[in-house]
Design a protein around this ligand. Sequence first.
Ligand SMILES: [Ca+2]
Length: 336
Amino acid sequence: MKRCLSGAGLGLLIIALAAPFSIANERFTLWEDFGGEFATLPPSWVVDDVNSDGHAWTPWDFGGARGGCGLRHFTSSVQPADDWVFTGALNLTPAEACTLYFKTRVTSAGQPHKLAVWIGQTQNPAGMTTMLFSDQTLAFETPQDMALPFSVGSPGTYYVGFHCTSDPGMLALFLDQVGLAVPEPDLMATLQLDREIYDGSTIYAPGDPVKGMVLVANMGPSPVTINSKLTVGHEPDPNAVLSYLVNGPSGEVPFVMKVKPVEPEPGDFVTLNTGDRVHKYYDLSLGFDFTAPGDYFIEAVYWNPYPDGGGTAWIGRLVSTPAMITVEVPVGRAGE
Ligand SMILES: [Ca+2]
C-alpha cells in the first residue's frame, strides 16, 4: 500500500537553490545527467510505460540542463500519462540525512504537468511505497532545482521512481540532473581573503581588488580522489567547479564575468591523502562589484559533478564558511 510519509519521520521540503547559503557539505552517491553530447538512459535505470501507449520517459538531447541532455516525457494527445522511470539501486544507511535532487521543467507554463516522486525497495510501480514529492501543476519553463530531504528507517537497497501522470496534450515534461546526496564529513572548502591574510584587516576601499584563496582539503582518514581543475564561474553554473556566492549591502551581488565551461581531463583528478589540499587564488573583483559601501559576505562553493575515467572521483559540493569584508570610503576621501 502506498503512503505519504510526510508525517512519519520523513521530511519534505522543496527549496530553490538560487542562493544555497544554508547547504552543508555533501557527497553525491548518485549523480546522473544523462550524457554530455547524446542523451542516454543509464543501464541500471528502468522505464515503465504502464499504459502501453508508446509515450514514455525517453532520453532526449535537448531541453535538459548541462549540454541539453536529459529525460523527456512527451504526453499523448488522447490519454493521460502513466509512466515511471526508476533509478538504479541505491544503498542507503538508516537515519542518514539524504537529499534527493533533480531538475525539472515543462514546455509551456500554460500546459502544466503532474509528477510524483517515490522511493521503495523494488524497481517497479508496486514497489514504490513512500512518496517524496508530488506536484500536480508543474509549470516551470526554465529548469527548477528540487531538493527533497529524507531518510530511511531500515538498511538495504532502494530505488527512486519518477511517476508522470500528466493530462493529455500537455507537450513535454523534462527531468535532469538526478542526484542523491549524503553529508560529507571529511572534505572541506575554506576561503581566505588577501587583506585578512596579509594585514589582519577586513576593510577595503571602493574598487579595491578583493583576492581570495580557496583551499579544498581532505581532513578525513582515507584518500579521496577529487577534480583539481578549479574552473571559476558563478553558482549554480554546473560547469564551474569553483564558484562564489556574494551578498552585499543590497543583496546578492551579480556575477558579470563570462567563463567558458571546461570539462576536466583525466590528469585533472588528484588523490588527496589525509591533510592534503589543493588551492586556487582568484581575484574576485574580476567577477563581482565591490564598490558600494557596506558589508559583503562571501562563500566559496566547490562543486564537482564530473566522474573520472575510473569512476572513483568524489562527486559533491562543499561550501565554505562565509568570509566578511567591509567596503568603506577612506577617511579624508568622503567629500571627494
Ligand atoms: Ca505511457
